[in-house]
Every structure is written in C-alpha cells, then in structure tokens.
Design a protein around this ligand. Structure first.
Ligand SMILES: [Zn+2]
Length: 234
C-alpha cells in the first residue's frame, strides 16, 4: 500500500484508517468497510507465510510468490506433464488423473468397505477388477489398445507400466505425433472407463471397434487440422 500512495483509494485508507501508523496495527471496528475488513483479515495469513518480504518483489506484491508460499512442499510426480501437456478433453484428463492416483472406484477398492460387492471385472467377468486389470490386462481393453496403437504405427509394450512410461515420455515431446498419442492414450482410458460404467449400470456396452471409432472421432474434433488429416490417413 505504501508504494501506491498516488491512488485516491489508498490515500483515503491512509487518511481515515492507517493515519500515522502502519497497516499491521490498524484496528478493525464497526465503521470499517467490508472490503477493507477482508483486506485486513489477510494480515494473519501474511504473517503465517513469512510476512510481506516473502510475498513482494521490490516492494510490489507478487501473487506468484504468495501462491508459492501458501503451497506445502509436495513431491513432484513424474507424470505431471501427462496432465498439463495434454490436449484431450477435460473429463478424460480428470479420469486419467484419478487413475494415476489410484482413486477410481474399481471393485477391488469398493470391496474393502462393502462385503456384498462382486469383485469381478464388469467388462470380461473373468478376473477381479483393479485399475491394472480394467485398463490394461482385460481382453476388452487389450483389444482397444492394440487397434489404437496400430493406428499410430506402434505395438503394445508391457502393458500398464510400459504404456504409462511411454505416455510420460511422449507428453514431454512437442512433436505432433506424440501429442496425438497422448490424446489417444487419455481418451482410450476414459472410453474404457465409460464402457465399464455402461456395462455396470445399464447392462450393455459398445464393442471395442465401436469404442475406437468414438475415440478417433473425439480426438479428431479436438486436434489441429494437420493431426486431423493424419488421423484420416490412418
Ligand atoms: Zn476384465
């Protein structure tokens, strides 16, 4: 506030509230306006994150510094670019994010709090459902992945870990083919999750070729003209 005294509002605050004191010792009373009250309430937060010096650059408030100060020191995950550098639809990125955090409610998880839960995979009905099985080991998903990767001229690697590693690597790349792969990877994962839910709640789902057509259509709608042309040639 001291560096902005040429502003009328700041002058007014200084004249009526701060007077000859500092912003730290201004008392809030019944006459204090709602706006100023909210601003003054942040003094406590400012103290908690290290004071004015920690959130300013050359006496100017820095939102970036304040934001960083308010963050806890979390470990950086190696798949962050897979979420941030990804042009897939927001819903599919959200499901990918949940899958990466192992937060999707697959039946292996549900069975821990519900004894009546049938743990078999909704898509094949043969093995127990987990993120690993549902998205990569299930025959239904394998069929979706194999055809999708074939479109990109790639062959399936050791599923789950290998495919995730490849997706993480390609998310660092700026090549349009790699961006396309990341989009397809994300949309495939989301499509498999949707088909699993359709089977579970409606008792029916699409065949893998129909799923792939839907995924390609969705990716074609979201990518640039060159990539769309590339998809058409596949
Ligand atoms: Zn299955």
């Amino acid at each position: 506030m001291n560096s902005q005294q040429d502003k009328l509002w700041v002058r007014w605050v200084h004249a009526y509230y701060i007077k000859r004191g500092t912003i730290e010792n201004v008392t809030i009373n019944s006459n204090t306006s709602w706006l100023l009250r909210k601003i003054l309430d942040t003094r406590e937060l400012l103290r908690d994150i290290g004071g004015w010096e920690e959130v300013s650059n050359i006496q100017k408030f820095s939102i970036k510094k304040a934001y960083n100060q308010m963050q806890e020191n979390f470990e950086r995950v190696n798949w962050r670019r897979l979420i941030c550098n990804n042009q897939a639809t927001p819903k599919s990125k959200f499901i990918l994010w949940l899958a990466l955090l192992s937060r999707l409610t697959t039946t292996d998880k549900v069975s821990k709090w519900s004894r009546d839960c049938i743990t078999l995979c909704k898509l094949c009905g043969v093995q127990d459902e987990s993120v690993q099985h549902l998205f990569f080991d299930c025959d239904y998903s394998k069929s979706v992945w194999a055809t999708t990767l074939h479109y990109l001229g790639l062959s399936p690697v050791n599923f789950a870990v290998g495919e995730l590693r490849r997706a993480i690597q390609k998310a660092r790349s700026k090549r349009s083919k790699d961006k396309l792969y990341v989009m397809l990877y994300t949309e495939c994962l989301y499509a498999i999750w949707l088909q699993r839910n359709c089977k579970h709640f409606k008792g029916t789902n699409l065949s893998p070729p129909a799923v792939i057509q839907e995924v390609l259509f969705k990716v074609a709608c979201n990518c640039n003209e060159n990539d769309r042309y590339r998809l058409l040639l596949m």
